[in-house]
Design a protein around this ligand. Sequence first.
Ligand SMILES: *Cc1c(COP(=O)(O)O)cnc(C)c1O
Length: 354
Amino acid sequence: MKKHNFSAGPCILPQEVMKKAADAVVELDGSGLSLIEISHRSAAFVEIMENARSLALELLDLKDKGYVALFLQGGASMQFLATAYNLLERKAGYVNTGTWSLKAIKEARLYGEVLEVASSQEQNFNFIPKGYIIPKGLDYLHLTSNNTIFGTQVKEFPKTDCPLVCDMSSDIFSRQLDFSQFDLIYAGAQKNMGPAGTTLVVIKEDILGKVTRKIPSMLDYKTHISKDSMFNTPPVFAVYVSMLTMQWLKDMGGIPAIEEINEKKANLIYSEIDLNPVFSGFAAKEDRSHMNATFNITDDTLKETFDKQCKEAGINGINGHRSVGGYRASMYNALSLESVGTLVDIMSELERKG
Ligand SMILES: *Cc1c(COP(=O)(O)O)cnc(C)c1O
């Protein structure tokens, strides 16, 4: 039986994408060769890379607006330092909304002054700070759009007079935003786009070239831009599967279409959490993530029954992160409304029958 996969990452991908990816590992489009044994310089793979880069900009509505898309390695964690390395000359601002923000701050501190312009750490990151003052003269401001572990999501981004950098690893391509308000977006593929192994980086080119330090080639965005994201051997499988997922999203109507489904899924689980006394939500209501719903069970004696029923129904990956406890249901793009319905049915049964 195929499970309902609520895993936080690596996570669920569309079934049809999995099938195409599996086929391509055996033989790519009738070529007599596997996707993972052909040269990355072959016409077939160059086309895949170009298609992936183009789809990313198209889905974000950033075509012909001065942006480039790259598929790099090292995960979002590598971008914590790459962003600072390429952009931090003197002082940068960071909004601290969770574990991933903290890791980004730690890396940036190696390269310059880091100002925590706002933080929700004192309340174990259960909300998104708002209305904070952004000092003038920052090299950039860094935010995490969706806090995968704590289940909070930035609904409105601050207006800045400096470049805006955003880690969108866990909500990329999930909701409509004016993406041109960002100057650099990065996202590890394995939350909402593809398998682990590649990271999408979308950069507005004119923000580069402003730091005086020497940048190692592999960390320098300009290297990767000048080589069309093929400076060295790219992670061909991860890029291919990401391309297929983006194509799947485009074919269903792009971000507006998936956002509608994502809203339905989020409304379904949060209304159950709010109405059902057996459960309580972790994140502040107005900041709740549409991707990762964090919640607790209020009656510990029911925990065993709940866990057992979830297991029997084939629900996978809803244990909360150790820094929050409780449960976390991750509802990325490929998770169906039916899967959320299955979980919600178990939650409401638990209240009725105990
Ligand atoms: C998972 C995650 C990361 C880390 O990604 P890696 O690709 O494992 O380095 C960074 N930021 C956010 C928001 C994440 O959810």
